[in-house]
Design a protein around this ligand. Sequence first.
Ligand code: TXA
Ligand code: MG
Length: 317
Amino acid sequence: MITKDLAMAVKALTDHQIIALPTETVYGLAGNAYSETAIAKIFALKQRPLYNPLIVHLKSPEFLPLVAREIPQMALELAKEFWPGPLTLVLKKQSIIPDIVTAGKDTVAVRVPNHPMALALLNQLEFPLAAPSANPFGSISPTTAEHVFHYFSEELSVILDGGTCERGIESTIIGFENNRPVIYRLGSLSRAQIENKVGKLQSDTKADAAPKAPGMLSRHYAPSTPMYLTDEIEKLVQKFSNKKIGLLMFKKLIPGISVENQEVLSPSGDLKEAAKNLYAAMHRLDKLGLDLIIAGRLPDEGIGKTLNDKLERATKK
Ligand code: TXA
Ligand code: MG
């Protein structure tokens, strides 16, 4: 059920059950990060392959040494700047983190979420929470409690309702190789925001065969309706004029297509607002029984790059 009752969540988590919780990025499917039983339930419910590791959520940066070791200075600087917030750091793991959480890797992904309800919950627990996004593997991430309910109403006894996620896009994932920072997944924090702090980032976001961060698997974040991404909306609309089309637009509606079948991400052209609205817009269009959804490419700057990346992956066949 959807609830704001933290005590119910604490009880379930302490009993090795899993729950859904809000974060500032997307909703997570959370369990005790120290409990193999709980973590196995997350993988089963998400139908997530066991090779795809989870992010561990801490109540505060000071607990980082409990789960990670040999933490580079640069990681500490990033944590100081961006936690709580949408930054995930991949660090050498401590043995207290079960192998199932990290898919057998020697590294663990960690972040401190910036959401009052998530932090209030973590503060009542003796353990951190492992939490992937609360969607079946490969489908659109949830940004409201209702999205989670739509996916898992039967299976989850506690879906904590913390409103609409402020960021709307997953955290940015940074690792360290040979003492150099590497970006594994584009996310809510732009590359420039991180480079301002630690200098040039190497990229490893295209490793498809053995992805470092399988959020970067080529097809991901996908609606069940076929989706296209284009710079030339009008042309595609023409081409599919005999089909039931949905449109995902940045700033403006397009005349000639029913308003009900269109989503505008930010009338004022604000990319942050577009990020907050993107997944909710995809969820809504996906439920309309359309033949296809056409998305207009966003300006390829700042977080716009992240949004285009998510759209690319949603449209891969
Ligand atoms: O914003 C977020 O990060 C949300 C909220 C709930 O915190 N969580 C999220 O989790 O997006 P998930 O499971 O959907 O994506 C986690 C990503 C995956 O791409 C996974 O491959 C990567 O983190 N990851 C986890 N552990 C890793 C590791 N040790 N090395 C590299 N990538 C890792
Ligand atoms: Mg995910």
